[in-house]
Write a protein that binds this ligand. Structure first.
Ligand SMILES: Cc1ncc(COP(=O)(O)O)c(C=O)c1O
Length: 384
């Protein structure tokens, strides 16, 4: 049971879970043998309203039957509605939206907007930050392998400062810096959270120096922290936010949500994307956000997160619980990969992180109390 690999024609670049999935519903994934797996990994924070929510499925089918795609040469109601919805749900005055197709693209575009507006090149990003695999985002991502990729492409690296170190940030941001790029909760690092004070200081430093404050909410946004944006969870308003993963519950979409002042001189041809904001992903995203609102999933995240975090602190081998909402990191006194593998015996999926001792939990926003109980019972069994 405990093996599954990609077919030989695929590049072997992904570490794979030990199942081949054929279906999904809610917090559950179904394998080829018909076994159900509890998904506390959420398809890597993507299955926000759960797998195959009927409203999302219907919206995709309806839109696909009417019009799968036309380019941005034609205005489309779905794209306009989604932009207006994001503007409504984000803290004021974040209200201008550009659509693309992925998290890396969303970050790439917000970095480009900051460089364009300031006329500066430099970026300050955080140790432990992860921002994507395009050249500009690799340059801001922490880790020798990623930085080497940016260097090979001739892209200047960002200045990296320790996360939550206000003095280091103050020293790093000067008048050459276009942007300070921060994940409010660092996902790959094991759900390491910014402090409110650090984000407030980052806002003040950017205001003082003219740099733009950019939040990468690709993993921690779209409701994952129990508020629609991470910015709201921390009470700090950046110049722009990159969103992706959970936005359309599985169809590829990215969005940059900006302050009007960042984009007040943007005109035709300044940005672009063939597929960005296509009718089907926009329909999926609108339906997904509709589910998040109607089914009270933000409140669910807050309640069930407290249940999981509270119980997890009492489990053997759990040293500390990191993160917020449904982006939690269980810091262990044993290797997280061993715990992840042991949970496969119970058909429970979780994530690891760049910290070998931290197990990452990022379930669908619809993850229910009884599903949290199953997860906690599984953890209790493998950690005892
Ligand atoms: C915080 C963060 N930023 C950016 C990305 C890149 O997103 P994508 O893989 O959609 O390009 C990821 C992906 O995991 C992420 O977690």
């Amino acid at each position: 049971m405990l093996s599954a690999t990609d077919g030989p024609a695929l590049l072997p670049v992904y570490a794979t879970f030990p199942l081949r999935a054929v279906a999904g519903h809610g917090s559950w994934l179904v394998d080829e043998e018909g076994h159900e797996w509890l998904d506390a990994y959420g398809g890597h924070a993507v299955a926000s309203s759960g797998h195959a929510h009927p409203d999302v499925v219907a919206a995709i089918a309806e839109q696909a039957a009417r019009l799968i795609f036309y380019s941005t040469a034609v205005p489309h109601a779905g794209r306009e509605q989604l932009a207006a919805t994001l503007a409504r749900l984000a803290p004021d005055p974040l209200g201008k939206v550009f659509f693309c197709n992925s998290g890396a693209e969303a970050n790439e575009n917000q970095l480009g907007l900051a460089r364009r507006k300031t006329g500066r090149q430099g970026v300050v990003s955080m140790l432990g930050g992860w921002h994507g695999r395009s050249v500009a985002t690799l340059a801001c991502t922490d880790g020798a392998k990623y930085e080497a990729g940016a260097r090979r492409a001739g892209m200047p690296l960002s200045r990296k400062v320790p996360f939550n170190d206000i003095a280091a940030l103050t020293a790093a941001v000067d008048d050459t810096i276009a942007a300070v790029l921060i994940e409010p909760v660092q996902g790959f690092s094991g759900a390491r959270s910014a402090t409110v004070e650090f984000l407030q200081a980052a806002r003040a430093i950017c205001d003082r120096t003219g740099a733009k404050l950019l939040f990468d909410e690709v993993q921690c946004g779209v409701g994952r922290l129990g508020t629609f944006t991470a910015a709201e969870s921390f009470g700090v308003i950046p110049d722009s936010i990159a969103m992706a993963k959970g936005l359309a519950a599985g169809l590829p979409i990215g969005a940059v949500l900006c302050l009007p002042s960042l984009v007040d001189d943007i005109t035709v041809g300044d940005l672009g994307s063939t597929f960005g904001g296509g009718p089907v992903p926009c329909a999926a995203a609108l339906a997904n956000i509709g589910v998040i609102e109607r089914e009270g999933l933000l409140a669910n995240v807050r309640q069930v997160s407290a249940q999981i975090a509270g119980a997890a602190t009492t489990l053997p081998h759990v040293v500390r619980v990191h993160g917020r909402g449904f982006l939690l990191g269980l810091e262990l006194d044993c290797p997280a990969a061993d715990v992840q593998r042991a949970l496969w015996q119970y058909r429970i999926l979780t994530g690891t992180s760049t910290d070998p001792m931290t197990l990452r939990l990022l379930p669908p926003l619809s993850f229910a109390r009884d599903e949290a109980d199953l997860l906690l019972r599984g953890l209790q069994a493998v950690l005892t």
